[in-house]
Design a protein around this ligand. Structure first.
Ligand SMILES: NC(=O)CC[C@H](N)C(=O)O
Length: 353
């Protein structure tokens, strides 16, 4: 007898085993990462999503808070072929439903063929298939979560000191901790500001560079961040990762679009068009830049040609769609943070008025 059910938007209900009880709903996505489950499960960009691990065994090296990317578990639920007790107990303790003993190959194939979709989960002794279907039917598309930034951002400005080599104003749209530490380790002070900070809030920290973080959901729902980018375009160097690339591009006159199932994993090949070199990258995104506006494409995804890096010498902008900070994943692209700080040192402070 099953004690967990996964309802998919295409009408199927899959049976599974409850590892952490509860009922929930979210956009069903998958990651092919074979390591880094603690980092993925605490990555704020997974808010409002149900994360399926295609790698069959999740949890085999325990759970350590040192590897967390934020303070809480971010996806609404986790699905794997086999979850260890360590991970199941962690998720249960956090109140996040988790299920295993399900054919994750079927889930991945479905999402690849039909796209990221609404999903409902009911797990625990009293769970029924109808409970999972009711959750799935109540699931809203990602773009309907218009204030998703509020779920994942700091509510007050917070400073992370790195030695004062540069002042980075970071719009926290759901920043991974290792993006902040990649900058402080290089000597920068990072002023983490709420996702809805105003241009005045940004000017008040006298930044050398504006950094728009990664984050969950539809980038078009981050209107305040777009307004900040618009205000400082051409005056302050800017950098962004993932949602940051999308928000900066959109604010500068480009556009974004939703992908069918996105890129989530740690072996996405990215080619730099200037050097012709390919690096392996960590990724977690479901939207992509469509029209690049005034920005020049510097890097592309080798698998599907989507935009991976953008640049503007005139506007002092540099962005990446993938995650140069890794965690989990390869460290091939850490040099991005050196480039960001080079931009920062090139320009004087913006005065607060
Ligand atoms: N990791 C991210 O910043 C993700 C950005 C955006 N939410 C997307 O899915 O494309």
């Amino acid at each position: 007898m099953s004690d967990a059910y996964i309802a998919l938007a295409d009408g199927r209900v899959l049976e599974a085993r409850a590892r952490a009880p509860g009922r929930t709903r979210g956009e069903l996505v998958f990651t092919t990462a074979y390591t880094g489950y603690e980092e993925s499960l605490t990555d704020p960009s997974y808010a409002e999503q149900i994360l399926t691990f295609s790698y069959p065994l999740i949890g085999n090296y325990g759970v350590r808070t040192e590897r967390f990317e934020s303070e809480s578990v971010q996806p609404r639920a986790a699905i794997a072929r086999e979850l260890t007790d360590d991970v199941a107990e962690w998720l249960a303790g956090e109140g996040v439903p988790a299920v295993d003993h399900v054919d994750t190959r079927e889930i991945v194939t479905t999402v690849r063929e039909e796209g990221a979709m609404a999903c409902g989960i009911a797990a625990g002794p009293d769970a029924t298939p109808d409970d999972a279907v009711a959750e799935m039917e109540a699931c809203e598309p990602m773009s309907a979560h218009t204030d998703i930034g509020a779920q994942v951002s700091v509510s007050e400005p917070t400073v992370h000191e790195g030695g004062g080599a540069a002042d980075v104003a970071m719009l926290d749209c759901g920043a991974k901790g290792s993006i902040i530490s990649s900058l402080t380790e290089r000597g920068a002070d990072v002023h983490v500001l709420p996702y809805d900070a105003t241009p005045e809030d940004v000017a008040a920290v006298e930044p050398d560079v504006l950094f728009v973080s990664n984050g969950p959901g539809d980038p078009e729902n981050f209107a305040a961040a777009k307004a900040v980018v618009d205000e400082f375009a051409g005056e302050l160097p800017m950098a962004g990762i993932c949602l940051g690339q999308q928000v900066i591009t959109s604010a500068l006159g480009g556009s974004t679009e939703k992908m069918m199932f996105g890129h989530r994993g740690v072996n996405q090949p990215v080619k730099d068009l200037r050097t012709d070199k390919v690096v392996m990258t960590t990724q977690n995104h479901g939207y992509t830049v469509d029209d690049t506006g005034p920005l020049e494409v510097t890097q592309v995804n080798v698998n599907d040609d989507t935009v991976e890096g953008l640049d503007s010498e005139e506007l002092d902008v540099i962005t990446r769609q993938y995650h140069p900070e890794a965690n989990p994943g390869p460290h091939d692209s850490l040099g991005f943070f050196d480039e960001v700080l080079e931009l920062a040192e090139a320009t004087p402070h913006v005065a607060a008025d």
